[in-house]
Design a protein around this ligand. Structure first.
Ligand SMILES: NC(=O)C1=CN([C@@H]2O[C@H](COP(=O)(O)OP(=O)(O)OC[C@H]3O[C@@H](n4cnc5c(N)ncnc54)[C@H](O)[C@@H]3O)[C@@H](O)[C@H]2O)C=CC1
Ligand SMILES: O=C(O)[C@@H]1CCC=N1
Length: 299
C-alpha cells in the first residue's frame, strides 16, 4: 500500500494560523482532555477558543474549565453554538455513542468545517454518511501521551480535505507529539501499535514494579527504577537509532542474568503473546468499524 510519512519526534512550535482557529471537542473524556491539555500546554491557541462539552455536563466540565481555561457548554443551545462556530470539530466520544451523536449534529455542521475524528475503528465513509454530507474529515488515532506533548498520532485524510485543512490537522497533532500519515486501512495497525500502546507499557511497568517489590524493594524505589529504565531504553533507541535487538544484545551477557530472564520469557511465549495481543487490538478496531459501518450503511 501507501503513502506513509512521519513527522516530528518532539512537538512543533505553535503555528500562528492555528492561533486564530476555534476548536470544539464533542465529548470531553480522557482522550479529549489529553489533546486539549497538550494544546493549552503548547499554547496552540488561546484556551477560550477550545470548546468542550460532554453528555452529562456538571463537575467534569467545571474541572476542565478550571484546569485549562477552556470554554464549555451545558445547554443544547450552547453546544450547538460551539459546534457551529468551530473551524475544527473533534469527535471524541466512544464508538458506541458515535452513531447517535453524529446524526444529532448533522444539521448543525457545514461545509468548510474540518471534522477530526479520534474514534477507534470508525471509517471516514461512515462518518460522512452519519453527517449526511461529504465534509472534510481527518481520521486520527492518537494516544494519551498527547497530554504531555509526547503523543504519537496516525492521520488519514478524506478527499475533501484541502491543503490548508491538511496542514491544520497535522499541526494540531504535531503540537502534542509526533504524527504519521498513512492510508486509512493502516490506522487499525496504528491503533494496535501506538493507540493502545501506552496501556501495554503500563502493563509491563506494573509487572516490573510488582516483581521488584516481591524481590524485596520498597514500592517507591521499584517504581522509580522502573520508570527510569523505561525512559532510558526509549531514549537509547531514539538517540542511537539502533535496532532494539542490538540494544538488547548489549545488555545480555552470555550465561548471565538477562539471558536467564529472556530465556524464561521466551519459553513461556511472552513475545509471541505480546504480538498476538497487539494484533487483537488492531482486529478489534476493524470489528468496531465494520459493526458501525453495517449499522449505518447496511453493507
Ligand atoms: N483513551 C485512549 O487512550 C484513546 C481513545 N481513543 C478514542 O477516543 C474516543 C474517546 O475515548 P475516551 O476519551 O477514552 O472516552 P471517554 O469515555 O473518557 O470519553 C467519552 C466522552 O464522550 C462523551 N459523549 C458520549 N456521547 C455523547 C453525546 N451524545 N454528546 C456529548 N458527549 C458525549 C462522554 O460524555 C465523554 O465525555 C473513543 O472513540 C476512543 O476510541 C483514541 C485513541 C486513544
Ligand atoms: O481502548 C480503546 O478502544 C481506545 C482506542 C485506542 C486506545 N484506547
Amino acid at each position: 500500500m501507501t503513502t506513509q510519512s512521519a513527522a516530528g519526534a518532539s512537538p512543533a512550535a505553535p503555528d500562528t494560523q492555528l492561533q486564530q482557529l476555534r476548536f470544539c471537542f464533542y465529548g470531553a473524556g480522557s482522550m479529549a482532555e489529553a489533546v486539549a491539555r497538550g494544546m493549552t500546554g503548547r499554547k496552540l491557541c488561546p484556551p477560550e477558543q477550545i470548546g468542550m462539552f460532554n453528555r452529562s455536563g456538571g463537575q467534569r466540565l467545571a474541572d476542565l474549565r478550571a484546569l485549562y481555561g477552556v470554554t464549555t457548554a451545558e445547554t443544547p443551545e450552547d453546544k450547538d453554538r460551539l459546534l457551529a462556530e468551530a473551524d475544527v470539530v473533534i469527535l471524541s466520544m466512544k464508538p458506541k455513542d458515535a452513531e447517535e451523536a453524529l446524526r444529532s449534529v448533522a444539521a448543525t455542521l457545514r461545509p468548510g468545517q474540518l471534522i477530526v475524528s479520534m474514534i477507534a475503528g470508525l471509517s471516514i465513509r461512515t462518518i460522512q454518511a452519519l453527517l449526511g454530507q461529504p465534509l472534510a474529515v481527518v481520521r486520527t488515532m492518537p494516544n494519551t501521551s498527547s497530554s504531555i506533548g509526547l503523543g504519537a498520532t496516525g492521520l488519514s485524510f478524506s478527499g475533501e480535505v484541502s491543503d490548508e485543512q491538511r496542514r491544520i490537522g497535522e499541526q494540531l497533532f504535531r503540537s502534542v507529539g509526533m504524527t504519521v500519515t498513512v492510508e486509512e486501512p493502516l490506522l487499525e495497525a496504528v491503533t494496535g501499535v501506538s493507540g493502545s500502546g501506552p496501556a501495554y507499557l503500563y502493563y509491563i511497568m506494573e509487572s516490573m514494579i510488582q516483581a521488584g517489590v516481591e524481590l524485596g524493594l520498597d514500592s517507591g524505589l521499584a517504581r522509580e527504577l522502573t520508570v527510569q529504565t523505561m525512559l532510558g531504553a526509549a531514549e537509547m533507541m531514539r538517540i542511537t537509532g539502533e535496532q532494539p535487538a542490538e540494544l538488547r544484545r548489549q545488555v545480555t551477557s552470555p550465561g548471565g542474568t538477562t539471558q536467564a530472564a529472556i530465556a524464561l520469557m521466551e519459553e513461556h511465549g511472552v513475545g509471541l503473546h505480546f504480538r498476538q495481543g497487539m494484533k487483537k487490538s488492531s482486529q478489534r478496531a476493524s470489528e468496531i468499524g465494520r459493526d458501525l459501518e453495517r449499522s449505518v450503511l447496511g453493507d
